[in-house]
Design a binder for this molecule. Structure first.
Ligand SMILES: NC(=O)c1ccc[n+]([C@@H]2O[C@H](COP(=O)([O-])OP(=O)(O)OC[C@H]3O[C@@H](n4cnc5c(N)ncnc54)[C@H](O)[C@@H]3O)[C@@H](O)[C@H]2O)c1
Length: 264
């Protein structure tokens, strides 16, 4: 696995689940990590775990649905670590479990604001900073291996319909559209932008879904050919590879991490 020494990784929603596993995985490979999270207690706990493995971390309280807060989080990143190399737009919410006719405008708006707005505003602030760094560091600008890397966390619900979760599925489809478009817009500036699409992965979000009905966990498990949920660390490893020096040619992709679900 690549070494991320001297690189700064900014991870949203890093206080739990996939975000925390990703932040820790970067830290174990010597990155300096920014934990951008709305939940201060959980975010600070991730910082503590990162420091325990001997890496540097910064907590920034940030609601990704608010463009001003994301911009401020990137400013704090630069103030502390002086640069931004990697961004993982992971923060997300599941939204209400129910059919389209049962979803209110507020249910829809909240999921779109966090899951789509967070990725859109996140990329705006991150790409601006990455372009600025290239402008002041000409040597890097000419090196196709040295541009910034961004990974957006979509979902299998971003490539398939998800009955009882229309706002979530719509939002995760939108994340893939944003990823592909941004990848094309900045490909010549050597910024590589990809998405990951996990299937059910052990986390608070999945625990909430499981609790909506008896037998739900077994029904969800049966949908996955491998017969098990993903582990947050398995998603993190793919995110790290996408951001690593080994990824020289992959951009604009939505990588499905689904235990075989979409193969059938
Ligand atoms: N767990 C799964 O099965 C699964 C599957 C596919 C995709 N995903 C996606 O993975 C990402 C991470 O989810 P998870 O499963 O680790 O869930 P999780 O609930 O454990 O973690 C989500 C984190 O995001 C934070 N967050 C929520 N709203 C925020 C906001 N407005 N600003 C900043 N932070 C905010 C939460 O506080 C939490 O720490 C989400 O985008 C989710 O949609 C998860």
């Amino acid at each position: 696995m690549s070494d991320f020494t001297n690189q700064v990784a900014f991870v949203t929603g890093a206080g739990s689940g996939i975000g925390r596993a990703t932040a820790l995985a970067f830290a174990k490979q010597s990155a300096r990590v920014v934990v951008a999270e709305i939940n201060e207690v959980n975010g600070q706990e991730t910082v503590r775990q990162i420091q325990q493995v001997g890496a540097e971390a910064l907590f920034v309280r940030c609601d990704v649905a608010d463009p001003a807060q994301i911009e401020s989080a990137i400013r704090q990143t630069i103030k502390t670590f002086d640069r931004l190399d990697i961004a993982v737009n992971n923060a997300g919410i599941g939204g209400k479990y129910g059919r389209i006719t049962e979803q209110t405008p507020e249910d829809f708006g909240q999921v779109m604001a966090v899951n789509v707005g967070g990725v859109f505003y996140g990329m705006q602030a991150q790409i601006r900073q990455m372009l600025f760094q290239q402008a002041v560091d000409k040597e890097k600008a000419d090196n196709p291996m040295a541009g910034g890397k961004i990974v957006n966390v979509s979902s299998i619900a971003g490539v398939r319909g998800m009955p009882m979760g229309a706002p979530y599925s719509a939002a995760k489809h939108a994340v893939i559209g944003l990823t592909k478009t941004a990848a094309l817009e900045y490909v010549r500036q050597n910024i590589r932008i990809n998405a990951v699409c996990p299937v059910y992965t052990h986390s608070t979000m999945v625990d909430e879904l499981i609790s909506t009905a008896p037998g739900m966990e077994e029904r969800m498990r049966r949908m996955i050919p491998m017969g098990r949920f993903g582990q947050p660390e398995e998603i993190a490893q793919t995110i790290l590879w996408l951001c690593s020096a080994e990824n020289t040619f992959c951009t604009g992709q939505a990588i499905q991490l689904d235990g075989g679900m979409t193969a059938g």
